[in-house]
Design a protein around this ligand. Structure first.
Ligand code: HEC
Ligand code: HEC
Ligand code: HEC
Ligand code: HEC
Ligand code: HEC
Ligand code: HEC
Ligand code: HEC
Ligand code: HEC
Ligand code: HEC
Length: 348
């Protein structure tokens, strides 16, 4: 028989099966999460960092088990820490790095284009945390829409504080739907600097998409018993017309309302409160008098207008149009009759 004649094949097979037992898929070979946790579940396990500060190395099995990553093993993320060899000699900086992008390609690709990656080099974990990440839909997740005020606020305290006190921030915290949060206006992973023309908050977009995405949406505004009138009237105003014509100095929504600190006109802290209008308009109209700022900004002439002034202007317009129709119509009629008369007279 052939196999008796040539027994050499047994050797490589033996080596192969030995390799399989020793160095097969990391998890099966080394016992998986339980073995990592046998040390790291110790609440007192800690090390000293370069500056001599104590860093906890504790990982809660319970919380990890409730995270979105409960189903994957420690070594899927810590790909360079496969056993307990590091316990004595420590972990090299490069070996500590975790590549979230290995499994979340799309998020990483977008993130690489953002100001956070290009200019600040912050890591995924600075927004998401690392071991105890919750599903996006969980209201306790740090990236849940109502929690972003705190999450982004850790590094942007000024914007977050202003936003938290604004009409949008207050209503958002109350859980009302269709209120903006940081990412509604700025995007999520591909956040750009406001000076970048691709940024969704670039000043050329503020009055075209940033605010109108909601304030020109009939369905959302009706839900709050609001109207889309501010946007419509803005587009017909001198500010709106010159803004859309490309005038970089014209006023957009944010010039008069602010961005993070938007408040209703009834709020004394609002930029559009009666008492503050002179100052608000004054930034661009330095000689603005009190009266200059008094005129209604978002009025549209309409007989169905919201107040007496708008109705009057609306009716004046109706009468005006009627007059034009009557005068021009009358003239045309008169000329036509005149022509008819003359044509008939000329007939032999
Ligand atoms: C979803 C990926 C992921 C998984 C799964 C994961 N880790 Fe981590 N772990 C990280 C990240 C990211 C860091 C922070 C690394 C850095 O930037 O220093 C980290 C840090 C650590 C640290 C340092 C202390 C700390 O909390 O910052 C320890 C210890 C650790 N991990 C142990 C474990 C153990 C044990 C498991 C399995 C139960 C595990 N990790 C599973 C991503 C993960
Ligand atoms: C025998 C106990 C033990 C076991 C088992 C163990 N570790 Fe560790 N681990 C340690 C100790 C001790 C340190 C601190 C080393 C040092 O001084 O830098 C550490 C450090 C780490 C760090 C680096 C933390 C940091 O910020 O520097 C990570 C990540 C880590 N372990 C992950 C794991 C993973 C993943 C496993 C399972 C494959 C594991 N450990 C198994 C004891 C253990
Ligand atoms: C500036 C904060 C921030 C950083 C940094 C960040 N994320 Fe996110 N990420 C978020 C927010 C906020 C959401 C929630 C989006 C939502 O609810 O629609 C999210 C959602 C996700 C999701 C769910 C799917 C999705 O795209 O909506 C994944 C996966 C994710 N991030 C992975 C990553 C990875 C990987 C990195 C690093 C390359 C990263 N994130 C960096 C804020 C951040
Ligand atoms: C080994 C692959 C792997 C790595 C590495 C990894 N993840 Fe995940 N991640 C997953 C899987 C699998 C899910 C669960 C997807 C699901 O449940 O639909 C998930 C889910 C998530 C979610 C929740 C998405 C949702 O829709 O609720 C976020 C956020 C997330 N990961 C962020 C991270 C971050 C941040 C890192 C790096 C610290 C990371 N992931 C590393 C595999 C990975
Ligand atoms: C309603 C839309 C909107 C929301 C919600 C919003 N922003 Fe902004 N944000 C803007 C606009 C528009 C600008 C650009 C302002 C400008 O051109 O001066 C901006 C600018 C910024 C800047 C740059 C500031 C500067 O002067 O350089 C940061 C940082 C920022 N926002 C963070 C946040 C954070 C954090 C949140 C959530 C707490 C948030 N934003 C919520 C619209 C918004
Ligand atoms: C770990 C800190 C950190 C976190 C968390 C963080 N950011 Fe930033 N962000 C930065 C830094 C640093 C810069 C400044 C980069 C530069 O301009 O040099 C920046 C820049 C920005 C800018 C651009 C400012 C400009 O120049 O116009 C915006 C917008 C922004 N962040 C929004 C957010 C939002 C929204 C979140 C939450 C989803 C968030 N950031 C979370 C650190 C952070
Ligand atoms: C995600 C949708 C959304 C975006 C984006 C948005 N808003 Fe709003 N805004 C609302 C809703 C809904 C209300 C109603 C809140 C309430 O009164 O309950 C509101 C209220 C307001 C108010 C106060 C009205 C009042 O009297 O109560 C002003 C002013 C305002 N928004 C201006 C802006 C400006 C300026 C922008 C752009 C920088 C903007 N909004 C972006 C949804 C949005
Ligand atoms: C030239 C300044 C200016 C510009 C530009 C402007 N607004 Fe206004 N807005 C005001 C003033 C002043 C009021 C107060 C009521 C009035 O005069 O109609 C107001 C009222 C509002 C209201 C009702 C809030 C309240 O409490 O009465 C909303 C909503 C609103 N504006 C949204 C917008 C949006 C969206 C844009 C951009 C498309 C915009 N505004 C552009 C000055 C401005
Ligand atoms: C961001 C700068 C800016 C702000 C803030 C601003 N305006 Fe203007 N405004 C302009 C510019 C630029 C023009 C010239 C537009 C054009 O016709 O080309 C203008 C034109 C006007 C005009 C037309 C007559 C004229 O002087 O040319 C009136 C009226 C006016 N603004 C009223 C106001 C009122 C009222 C406010 C405050 C609620 C205000 N503006 C806030 C920039 C601004």
């Amino acid at each position: 028989m052939i196999w008796r004649k040539n027994k050499a094949w047994i050797v490589p097979l033996g080596i192969l099966s030995l390799l399989f037992f020793l160095g097969g898929p990391g998890e099966t070979a080394w016992g998986g999460n339980a073995q990592c946790l046998s040390c790291h579940q110790d609440k007192d396990l800690a090390k000293k960092d370069a500056r001599g500060k104590k860093v906890s190395l504790y990982v809660s099995e319970d919380l990890f088990g409730k995270s979105v990553h409960a189903g994957i093993s420690c070594t899927d993320c810590h790909t360079r820490i496969l056993d307990d060899a590091h316990a004595g000699k420590g972990v090299k900086e490069a070996d500590r790095k975790v590549d979230c992008g290995a499994c979340h390609e799309m998020s990483e690709k977008l993130f690489k284009t953002s100001v956070h990656s290009l200019r600040a080099e912050i890591a995924c974990k600075e927004c998401h945390g690392h071991h105890y990440i919750k599903p996006l839909t969980d209201p306790r997740s740090v990236t849940y829409r109502t929690n972003l005020i705190q999450t982004c606020g850790a590094c942007h305290p000024e914007e977050s504080e202003q936003f938290g006190g604004s009409i949008h921030g207050v209503e958002l915290s109350r859980g009302r739907p269709n209120q903006p949060t940081c990412t509604t206006c700025h995007g999520t992973h591909a956040i750009r600097a406001k000076s970048d023309p691709e940024s969704p908050v670039h000043f050329r977009k503020v009055a075209i998409t940033t605010c109108p995405q909601c304030h020109a949406a009939e369905r959302i505004m009706r839900e709050y018993r609001f109207t889309t009138q501010p946007v419509r009237s803005y587009y017909d105003s001198f500010h709106g017309l010159s803004y859309r014509g490309g005038d970089a100095f014209s006023a957009n929504c944010a010039s008069c309302h602010g961005v993070h600190d938007i408040r209703p006109s009834s709020d004394p802290k609002s930029m559009i409160h009666r008492d503050n209008l002179q100052q608000t308009c004054g930034t661009c109209h330095p000689r603005a008098s009190e009266n200059f700022a008094k005129g209604k900004i978002h009025s549209v002439a309409s007989i169905k207008g919201e107040d007496f002034g708008e109705k009057v202007v609306g009716w004046v317009r109706v009468v005006y149009i009627l007059l034009i129709v009557m005068v021009i119509g009358g003239l045309t009629f008169f000329n036509f009759m005149d022509w008819l008369r003359k044509t008939i007279d000329r007939k032999p």
